[in-house]
Design a protein around this ligand. Structure first.
Ligand SMILES: Nc1ncnc2c1ncn2[C@@H]1O[C@H](COP(=O)(O)OP(=O)(O)OP(=O)(O)O)[C@@H](O)[C@H]1O
Length: 344
């Protein structure tokens, strides 16, 4: 049976199982964090300097596509400086009052992780500037003309913000971060190291060729690599020899519809709609998202960065355009004078 057991599980339970499996594989210290050498070196300097000065580190912004390790790094920041971590997210803070409650409960040196910080509501954003710069929050008491702002000073703390869309952050907020780490997709070799580490933690025997096969189909993303490893583990235990070998990897990846270039259903749906419904583009992101029944943000943050990087898609001022590689990958013929003409 698969790791989520034979009994029916709800979608929420399945999510919970995935989250727990993910949490068990998180590196706890910077030295265990594989890849992202530039960000790791920069962060290591910032954290060591803060520890030497006995002061909380500067606020840190982590930018990059989902699943590259932003939450993991936020946890590492807290553990490296021996601080407690508080977690929240932009969408969870619907009123400035929610943020005021979180800020006023902070203890000295705490690390406050704000995921999807680009989705903070404007009044909360303004409150955050003040808190990050002056360690102060104005608590508004009363309503209308009688409302008064009572300043409340906060202990020194560190904000670690994560965003998939750094461009959406207003400049005043971006400027309050002393350090921005730009996270990029992982090289296959780094993902192989992530997989070997995860296999050890999961108690799976993983051979080198299988690790390479899984890594090269993981879209440069450790979260995906770990998820595929668990599916290969399922296949190996149920249908194979128990060892995550090349046969298990190839079979499991086929079952879960991950193609040899690492494209999954969403990626292929984006490319297919671009080619077959919109003649290869140019077409707007919203039209593509509507055609495949997805949110524009999902297409933009989950599928598009990988498709751009792999050269299946380009962005032009008039919209998204499928490249010759996209047509070829789908086994389709580009229209006469097709994509190449569009790049003139
Ligand atoms: N450098 C790494 N080394 C080993 N494992 C990693 C690394 N980066 C991420 N992971 C693993 O990938 C998974 C996803 O990481 P994480 O949740 O930190 O990503 P994220 O960037 O915060 O994603 P999102 O923004 O979607 O929440 C975790 O299980 C973590 O163990």
């Amino acid at each position: 049976m698969a790791e989520d057991g034979g009994a029916a599980v709800t979608a929420a339970e399945a999510d919970e199982i995935e989250r727990a499996a993910e949490a068990a594989l998180r590196p706890r210290r910077l030295a265990e964090f594989v890849g992202q050498r530039v960000v790791r070196d920069q962060l290591s300097l910032v954290l060591e300097a803060a520890v030497a000065r006995h002061r909380p580190p500067d606020h840190v912004l982590l930018a990059g596509p989902p699943g590259l390790g932003k939450t993991t790094l936020a946890m590492i920041v807290a553990s490296e400086v021996g601080a407690a971590l508080r977690l929240t997210s932009g969408p969870a803070i619907t009123h400035a009052g929610d943020l005021a409650a979180i800020l006023s409960a902070l203890q000295e040196n705490d690390v406050l992780f704000i995921d999807e910080i680009h989705r903070l509501a404007r009044p909360a954003e303004e409150m955050l500037y003040l808190a990050m710069e002056d360690f102060r929050v104005d608590v508004v008491v009363g309503k209308g003309a009688g409302a008064t702002a009572i300043p409340l000073s906060l202990p020194p703390f560190t904000v670690v913000g994560a965003t998939t869309r750094a461009g959406l952050l207003p400049a005043p907020l971006r400027d309050r971060f002393g350090f921005t780490g730009h996270m990029d997709f992982y090289e296959t070799g780094d993902l192989e190291r992530v997989l070997h580490r995860s296999a050890r933690l999961l108690g799976i025997e993983l051979d080198a060729e299988a690790a390479h096969e899984i890594a090269s189909r993981s879209r440069g993303t450790p979260r995906i690599a770990n998820r595929l490893l668990r599916r290969v583990q399922d296949w190996a235990q149920v249908r194979g020899t128990g060892v995550a070998d090349t046969a298990a990897a190839a079979a499991a990846l086929e079952v879960f519809e991950v193609d040899p270039r690492g494209l999954d259903r969403l990626d292929r749906a984006v490319l297919r709609s671009l080619c077959t419904r919109f003649g290869g583009g140019p077409v707007g992101l919203t039209s593509i998202a509507m055609a495949i029944g997805e949110e524009p943000e999902t297409v933009e943050t989950v599928a598009e960065p990988f498709l751009l990087r792999e050269g299946f898609l380009t962005r032009t001022p008039r919209g998204r355009v499928a490249t010759a590689a996209a047509w070829a990958h789908l086994g389709l013929t580009a229209p006469e004078g097709g994509p190449s003409r569009l790049f003139d």
